[in-house]
Each structure stands twice: as C-alpha cells, then as structure tokens.
Design a protein around this ligand. Structure first.
Ligand code: GDP
Length: 286
C-alpha cells in the first residue's frame, strides 16, 4: 500500500494525532530498527507537543543487532527510551508496559500520594506506513483488532484495548515519512516501505548493493557466490558489475546473454527483504 502525501493529507494526519493526544498519557513511536531516523516523521517532536514518549524499534529481527544496540545508546543519550521489538513474533513486547510505568512513574506516584488509585496508562501508537503499527497492536492485544495496512482519513469508531496496566487505542496514528532527502527515500524503498512505482527498481537495488558492498560484503558474496569485491564502492560501474553477477547467478538473462538488470534487481530486493541475506541495518548513528 502506498500513500500519496499531499499537504492536505499531512495537515489532516497531524490534526488527527493531536486530537488523540488529548486522550492519552503516552505515545509509543514506532520506527524501523533497520533505519531508525529515515523511518521517523520529520516533525515528530513538534507534533507530540512534549507528551511522554517511548520509541519502539520494530522489525528488530531483521536489523543488525550490534547496530541496534548503538541506536539504543544514541537515543538514551538524548534522554529517550528505545526498545527493540519484533512485533511479528512478539519478542520484546513484554517490556512495553514495564517501560511505560517507568516513564510515567512521577505521575503515578503523584496520584498515589493524593490517594487516587492509578488508572491504566492510556497509550497511542504512531508511525509511518508499513512500520508495523497494526501488527504490534494485534500482537499486544493477542487478537486481531487493528486492520493491517490502515489508511489515513478512514474513520471508524476507536476503542481502547486493555493490556495489563495499559489501555491502548486500537487505531494507530499514521505519520508521513521524510521526503526532502533522496537517500531517506531509497532506504525506505529498500525495506519495501515505499513502492517501486515511485522509485525505479534498478535504482533501489543499486542503492542497496552499494550499501551492502560497503557494510555487508561477506554475507552478500556468500549468498550470490560473488568473487570480485569492488575496489571502489563509489564507482557505479563496479556496483552495476555486482548487480550483473547477481543476475547471472539467478538466471536473469535475456537473449544474447545480457543480464536483465530489472529482473535481477527485483530478485535481490525480494531476497533482502525476506531476510535471506541475514540481518542488516541501513543506517548507523555514529
Ligand atoms: P502498519 O502500516 O504500520 O500498520 O504496518 P503493518 O502492521 O501492516 O506491517 C507491515 C508489514 O511489516 C507486514 O507485512 C508485517 O507482517 C511486517 N512486520 C510488522 N512487524 C514486523 C516485525 O517486527 N518483524 C518483521 N519481520 N516483520 C514485521
């Protein structure tokens, strides 16, 4: 699913989230563990207006765990709590209510001091499309309550789902990704968060291969039985050479023996997204 974000959409999305902020104590901001900054909304701080926030680095099962640890330290330095989660299997989600209580401890303590029985923490999940919001809500609820692939602007009655000491809104807040930086678009596209109609599949694969040559050469070389590592990853011819070698390995050949680069690109991206090349991260904090 692709959402075309126009100024009107963004204003509406922003307004919808800000309406919901009035109802909640805590925002659960979902980002993709493989590209924590690129999968963030550029105006998130402004939109959240100082609400307590927990960052969930979702799809941590697909990310390079050493890099994920660096990101957790990075967010901690900024005074933010980030938890690695795999919403698909539920790994890490038990920590969410635990951390929610830690983040709201002062408020809860104040209520207790006043003799008020603390009510459940009300939380809203927000994030860009495809980051796993519905999967996380359903996993936390233990049943299917949120439709995966939810669209902005589609209104339905929202409900609270009680999960231990948390009450979660079943409708997530959908935010738009960053558009200004082309590399952000490519990182999102490599993970499949942006459809290939928007960016050219060969360009996306080129971006991916260039990154893999620099940071994950061994895994890529092993998977596609590549022998010649490019000497200069900045040299486009050498990157295309790797793409051709991958295409040959996968039988993406057109008449005359030439490699069908478009097909090879599709194959590579599918294998990469399916985790066949192992875990990888597309940006690191340091
Ligand atoms: P939403 O648009 O933010 O609601 O995203 P969805 O919940 O629809 O998830 C988008 C895709 O990511 C789906 O194909 C999910 O199965 C997949 N997904 C979600 N969370 C995870 C995760 O933690 N790990 C993996 N591997 N895939 C996930």
């Amino acid at each position: 699913m692709t959402i075309q974000w126009f100024p009107g959409h963004m204003t509406r999305a922003r307004r919808q989230i800000q309406e919901k902020l009035k109802l909640i104590d805590l925002v659960i901001e979902l980002i993709d563990a493989r590209l924590p900054l690129s999968s963030r909304n550029p105006m998130i701080d402004e939109i959240l207006q100082g609400k307590p926030r927990m960052i969930i680095m979702n799809k941590a099962d697909l990310a390079d765990s050493a890099v994920t640890q660096q990101w957790i330290a990075y967010f901690k330095e900024q005074g933010q709590t980030a938890l690695p989660v795999d919403a698909q299997t539920g790994t890490g989600i038990k920590d969410i209510p635990v951390q929610a209580k830690v983040l709201l401890k002062e408020k809860i303590d104040r209520q207790i001091a006043k003799g008020i029985k603390p009510r459940p923490i009300r939380a809203l999940i927000v994030g860009i499309p495809n980051v796993g919001k519905s999967t996380l809500i359903n996993r936390m609820a233990g049943r299917s309550v949120a439709a995966t692939g939810d669209r902005p602007g589609v209104t339905k009655a929202q409900q609270w789902i009680r999960i231990g000491e948390i009450e979660l809104l079943d409708t997530p807040g959908i935010l738009w990704p960053k558009f200004e930086d082309q590399n952000v678009g490519y990182r999102l596209a490599v993970t499949g968060a942006i459809k290939e109609e928007i960016l050219n599949v060969e360009d996306i694969a080129f971006f991916a291969v260039k990154y893999l040559v620099s940071y994950y050469w061994d895994t890529m070389a092993e998977r596609f039985e590549l022998t010649a590592r490019p000497e200069d990853s900045e040299n486009p011819d050498e990157i295309v050479g790797v793409m051709e070698a991958i295409g040959r390995k996968r039988g993406c050949i057109v008449s005359g023996g030439r490699v069908d680069l478009e097909k090879a690109s599709g194959v590579l991206l599918r294998e990469l997204r399916a985790g066949k090349l192992g875990r990888f991260s597309l940006e690191a904090p340091y």
